[in-house]
Design a protein around this ligand. Structure first.
Ligand code: ZN
Length: 316
């Protein structure tokens, strides 16, 4: 039903794009639109001075279930390339056909990474078979986990896909895009090494996180996550929370993570009940205004996450 609202407004915007185009050619830069922070940031790293990136979602908002406003979409109506994640930003899927018809290069990250299916709650439904129907409704999320960027090696695949899109959209600067991408890919390799070494020898192999956003990271580096809320931030039942508290006690988990863009309340309650402390684990869905101002980036937040993980998991 949202489709019928969005598509005509995009068509109207494309028709109006004439006034925007003048501005675009004035700046002389390749106009790139990106759904939310990590994609916009990667595009900026690759594009450098030749690219102007417009991030559709404002920094501090939760991308799950976000619907862009007409103003958000107007800002991207003269983009030559459009980057979206898949799964977390279904509105990107709805814009895709129209954009491609208008010659825009569209890249969906889900088509370039190895996706994990959304099976996190399956065994839980089995355990509570009697009220299975209710659970199914509660966990009605997309077919796959969209948090690819949290794994540095999946992030590399995104960077390569974005690089290729920029090289196609603006062949005149292709070699610079390739060079910039190589530099950033090397930084992601270094981040991967830090994680590999930092999490190689840990006493605790399970962490409690505020929503189910860390499975790509956990799979890559050999630990597992117990999420308080689901992949799309859907809330767990009181019984599931009580179970989480007893698991925390049983496994001597001393840290319960929370995230900056959601309420820490449930994490605090679980930590209190389990005799644990709380700590931030950033999902990097977006940067708050303060984080942006203080120069935080994908890499700095990933490095801080590693420090917090090493402490929670008691790594040597
Ligand atoms: Zn998320």
């Amino acid at each position: 039903m949202k489709r019928s609202l969005l598509v005509p407004s995009l068509l109207a915007l494309v028709a109006l794009a004439g006034c925007g185009q003048e501005q675009a050619s004035k700046s002389g830069k390749l106009q790139v639109a990106a759904s939310f922070y990590p994609l916009a940031h990667f595009a900026e790293q690759i594009g450098g001075e030749h690219v102007q990136v417009t991030q559709v979602l404002p920094g501090g908002v939760e991308p799950h279930d976000y619907e862009p406003s007409p103003g958000d979409l107007r800002a991207i109506s003269d983009a030559k390339a459009f980057l979206f994640n898949g799964g977390i930003d279904p509105w990107g899927d709805r814009l895709r056909a129209d954009m491609e018809k208008n010659g825009v290069i569209v890249v969906e990250m889900a088509e370039h990474v190895d996706v994990l299916q959304n099976t996190a709650h399956e065994h839980e439904e089995e355990e509570h078979g009697e009220d299975g129907a209710e659970h199914e409704e509660e966990h009605d999320h997309g077919p796959f986990d969209p948090h690819f960027w949290m794994d540095p090696l999946s992030a590399k695949k995104e960077v390569i896909a974005i690089r290729d899109a920029l090289m196609t959209a603006d062949a005149a600067h292709a070699e610079e895009y390739r060079r910039n991408a190589d530099i950033y890919l090397e930084k992601l390799n270094a981040l991967d090494r830090q994680y590999r070494e930092g999490l190689a020898s840990c006493a605790i192999k399970e962490i409690i996180v505020s929503h189910d956003a860390f499975r790509y990271l956990a799979n890559r580096y050999g630990f597992s996550t117990l999420p308080i809320n689901g992949v799309d931030q859907e809330e767990q039942s009181a019984r599931a929370i009580a179970e989480l508290i007893s698991v925390a006690k049983e496994k001597h988990i001393r840290t319960v993570f929370f995230e900056t863009t959601a309420s820490p309340k449930l994490s605090e309650t679980i930590a209190e009940e389990a005799g644990a402390q709380t700590q931030v684990l950033h999902t990097i869905h977006g940067l708050t205004t303060e984080e942006g101002r203080s120069g935080e980036t994908y890499l700095s937040l990933m490095e801080r996450n590693l420090v917090h993980l090493r402490s929670a998991m008691q790594c040597q």
